[in-house]
Ligand binder design. Structure first.
Ligand code: SF4
Ligand code: SF4
Length: 390
């Protein structure tokens, strides 16, 4: 039977792993009011916090793994409980004791793949640059303007390789002097950190930082908001600062500088989904929209839950790697919102969002009802049309 001393020990362990802010909670429930889980299942951040405060957390249950770190509830919390950072303390305890309920068991093999090959899929490190074969994409060297860091999904996932290729096409069109690291690139580590595996995050981050410094990297352009977030906000914990831009910011900059013309057209009704780690976590809302609005024929329409209130796709916090049961997927709700709005294309700027939305699209009765596109694919398609006609 559990004793008061047992609970006290658990509270101390949670606090030692970063959960001190839990005790500031006064159970107002504002977090639960905005959490997307509440539209689908009985999950309560407020309850999770209360259990942690009293040392009654059940690390064998799936609840501590539910949060997608979408950032909605920390916006609401009047007591600065920092639900995401504090919640990670529970995952750190579970990771330390190697307790993974069935739903998140894949995290074990993900960690092995990241350790062995530097990517979560367990793909061959040496094939990391294969997406660029046949394209004019060079290996990075010090005198180049910018390093392009496509990240794991764009390097290996067949759907996402199209985004990497579109990005290279845009950079080439604008005459950007850029290169890639290929097999010297490692996963950025953002998502594995959110599963509580701090040691592996630090290892991946250190390896990337060493490579960036050895190669003379100063500016980095990324496709994934998760890479963007960790390079910009978390790598400085290692006393380094790189100039990091998301591809939507760089495209905007290239347009403003007159280096890239948004020629061609994309005559479709498009709605833009703000990825949590680009929008809410980093405040990048305007550049993706202004790029889309600058394309001839494109009609941009807004979903009611947009910008700071954007509905999470469900892929953050490491949940991109675990199976989410049918009927529990945020992406199904988001795809439905886009269709109900009358959009023909759901555009976004994150590999996790695209993967989840593509899965949800395939589950539709009519999978042609909506196209899922990265903004780079839309820009590149428009530019190519000019080539064909002009
Ligand atoms: S919003 Fe903050 S104070 Fe209110 S219940 Fe949630 S964690 Fe506690
Ligand atoms: S961060 Fe998002 S998913 Fe996590 S508990 Fe808060 S609202 Fe829910």
């Amino acid at each position: 039977m559990d004793t008061v001393a047992d609970f006290k020990e658990i509270v101390e362990e949670i606090e030692a792993k970063g959960g001190e802010a839990f005790k500031r909670c006064f159970q107002c429930g504002l977090c639960d009011a905005v959490c997307p889980w509440n539209r689908l299942i009985d999950f309560s951040m407020r309850r999770l916090v209360r259990q942690a405060v009293f040392g009654m957390t059940d690390i064998e249950s799936g609840d501590i793994w539910r949060c997608t770190t979408c950032g909605r509830c920390p916006q609401q919390c009047p007591r600065d409980v920092r639900q995401i950072d504090s919640g990670l303390s529970l995952r750190r305890v579970a990771t330390e004791y190697d307790v993974f309920p069935d739903a998140v068991k894949p995290l074990r093999s993900i960690s092995v793949h990241l350790t062995d090959e530097g990517n979560p899929m367990g793909e061959d490190r040496e094939q990391r640059a294969d997406w660029a074969s046949g394209l004019d994409v060079r290996s990075f060297s010090e005198e180049m303007e910018v390093l392009y860091f496509p990240g794991c999904y764009l390097s290996y996932d067949p759907r996402m390789k199209k985004v990497a290729r579109a990005t290279a096409g845009i950079l080439n069109r604008a005459g950007v002097n850029y290169g890639i690291l290929g097999s010297r690139e490692n996963c950025c580590g953002e998502s594995i950190r959110k599963t509580g595996n701090e040691g592996l995050f630090r290892r991946l981050a250190r390896e990337n930082i060493k490579t960036f410094i050895d190669e003379g990297v100063k500016r980095i352009v990324v496709s994934s908001p998760h890479c963007y977030h960790t390079f910009k906000n978390e790598y400085p914990e290692f006393m380094v600062h790189f100039d990091v831009v998301h591809i939507s910011q760089l495209i905007s900059e290239l347009i403003d500088q007159g280096r890239l013309a948004l020629s061609g057209e994309f005559a479709r009704k498009v709605t833009y989904h703000d990825p949590c780690y680009l929008g809410r976590h980093n405040g990048v809302y305007d550049q993706p929209r202004s790029i889309l609005q600058g394309i001839a024929g494109l009609e941009l329409i807004e979903m009611p839950e947009s910008r700071g209130r954007s509905l999470c796709c469900g892929g953050g916090g490491g949940r991109i790697w675990v199976e989410t049961a049918k009927g529990e997927r945020f992406s199904d709700l988001r795809v439905r919102q886009a269709i109900d709005l009358g959009a023909k294309v759901l555009a976004t700027a994150c590999p996790y969002c695209i993967s989840n939305f593509e899965d949800s699209r395939l589950a539709l009765e009519d999978e042609t009802a909506l196209e899922i596109r990265d903004i780079t694919e839309i820009v590149f398609e428009a530019i190519q049309k000019t080539d064909a006609t002009g």
